[in-house]
Write a protein that binds this ligand. Structure first.
Ligand code: MEV
Length: 441
């Protein structure tokens, strides 16, 4: 059983590990070995990782794979993907190759603004508050100049600040609702710093505002924070081709394929149980690139799912149509991403991933990430409406099962060959491995 500890964060790394091993692993040295096995032998690199967070004891590896052959707006990309799920990179690569021969992916940035809010309580006359706000607004902006100066040089900054009356939802609740342009930065620190400055100025100025009563002067700031809901930081990615070009083997008639594909998308548009899984598959592609490029996948996830529910019911992020015999498949997705700041200049693999992508601007990265999502969804739907998902999935999972039973390289080779023509299941792999081991004895 665990026990409470105070001052844990002040212990050295090795003392932290000792405490964990003593408390939870009955001093089992194997636990300590596993933890240490993942330390990097390069002390500087290890220290960099140690200092990303508090209480680091080791590193947690994820594979970084690449999916080549993505033609996006006429430019070829190899997309880096950090993900543990076996079939994701293979599915992305396959979809990239499919669309490479059909004109590739086209992306459009629809908008790039982000939101931040100061939430506050005010008990008094709304008209007076409006008056006060219009007087103080220029000062909110000018007091933030030390924060906004550099961002303005890069073409970003505060776009607007509005006063919002939210008293219909909560008595006395109002907001300063601000919009920002953050160019190549994700902008979380920039936005939050601006908001905290707005709050400070707003509160101080209210105290000195002659038209306010004593109660009105006492504005109570609840919190100042950016929103990860970014419906106005939106990108669209699209593929299209004549319906007859949709088949890349003789197994499926392209018209049947197009019809079933559109039915599958329509189902995801109307049926939330399906849309969640449909969008989860999209996020397999999105998160993997977001993570590889050092962006915040939790922020992206939260914003994307809120967007998927914007009309009151959770729905598909992708859509498909056939018009004049042209098949069209597209995604519209909010993505607040950065290619400067945060981890982008710190983590060597993030830097490498961004270099691999030709050092994209944030807008270009929005395009690339949305394409990864669209490609992933195309791959998933193509499997679902033809062979079913398990065929490809289990083929990719084969290696995990073989590793679980500590198969040797030679056993792996033989069984990969064997399962090219056999259905993969956990028990089928175990049986085949046992037979092989008996024969080899
Ligand atoms: C699995 O990670 C993702 C899928 O379930 C997505 C989908 O069903 O569309 C295959």
């Amino acid at each position: 059983m665990g026990k409470p500890i105070s001052g844990f964060s002040k212990l050295s790394k090795s003392k932290k590990i000792d405490w964990i091993v003593d408390t939870y692993f009955a001093q089992n040295t194997n636990a300590k070995n596993i933890i240490k096995q993942y330390w990097n032998s390069n002390d500087k690199l290890q220290q960099l990782h140690d200092e990303f967070i508090e209480n680091t004891i080791t590193n947690y590896y994820l594979p970084l794979g690449v999916a080549p052959n993505f033609l996006i707006n006429g430019k070829l990309h190899t997309i880096p993907m950090a993900i543990e799920e076996s079939s994701v990179v293979a599915a992305a690569s396959k979809a990239a190759k499919f669309w490479l021969d059909r004109g590739g992916f086209k992306t459009t940035i629809i908008s790039t603004t982000k939101i931040g809010q100061v939430h506050f309580m005010y008990s008094g006359d709304f008209e007076k508050l409006q008056h006060f706000f219009s007087q103080v607004k220029p000062k909110l902006i000018s007091d933030s100049k030390p924060i906004t100066k550099n961002m303005e040089k890069r073409g970003g900054g505060i776009l607007d600040i509005e006063l919002k009356d939210k008293t219909a939802d909560i008595p006395n609740y109002y907001q300063l609702h601000a919009t920002f342009e953050t160019q190549d930065a994700m902008g979380a620190n920039f936005i939050n710093s601006c908001l905290e400055q707005f709050a400070k100025t707003f509160k101080t100025e209210a105290k000195a505002y002659a038209d306010f009563s004593d109660a009105e002067k006492n504005i109570d700031i609840v919190m100042s924070i950016l929103s990860n809901y970014v419906p106005n930081c939106l990108v669209r990615a699209e593929v299209s081709c004549p319906v007859d070009d949709l088949s890349d083997d003789d197994k499926i008639n392209p018209r049947t394929f197009a019809k079933k594909f559109i039915q599958a998308v329509k189902i995801a548009e109307v049926e939330p149980y399906r849309s969640v899984t449909h969008n989860k598959g999209i996020m397999n592609g999105i998160d993997a690139v977001v993570l590889a490029t050092g962006n915040d996948f939790r922020a992206v996830e939260a914003g994307v799912h809120a967007y998927a529910s914007r009309n009151g019911q959770y729905s598909s992020l992708t859509h498909a149509s056939i018009e004049n015999d042209i098949f069209r498949f597209w995604i519209e997705i909010p993505l607040a991403l950065g290619t400067v700041g945060g981890l982008t200049g710190l983590h060597p693999l993030v830097k490498l991933s961004l270099e691999l992508l030709h050092k994209p601007s944030a807008k270009e990265l929005m395009g690339i990430v949305s394409v990864a999502g669209l490609a992933q969804n195309f791959g998933a739907l193509r499997s679902l409406i033809t062979t079913g998902i398990q065929e490809g999935h289990m083929k990719m999972h084969l290696m995990n099962i073989l590793n679980q039973f500590e198969a040797t390289n030679s056993e792996k080779e033989q069984l990969i060959e064997h399962f090219k023509t056999q259905t993969v299941s956990h028990s089928a792999v175990v049986d085949a491995l046992n037979i092989l081991r008996r024969v080899e004895k």
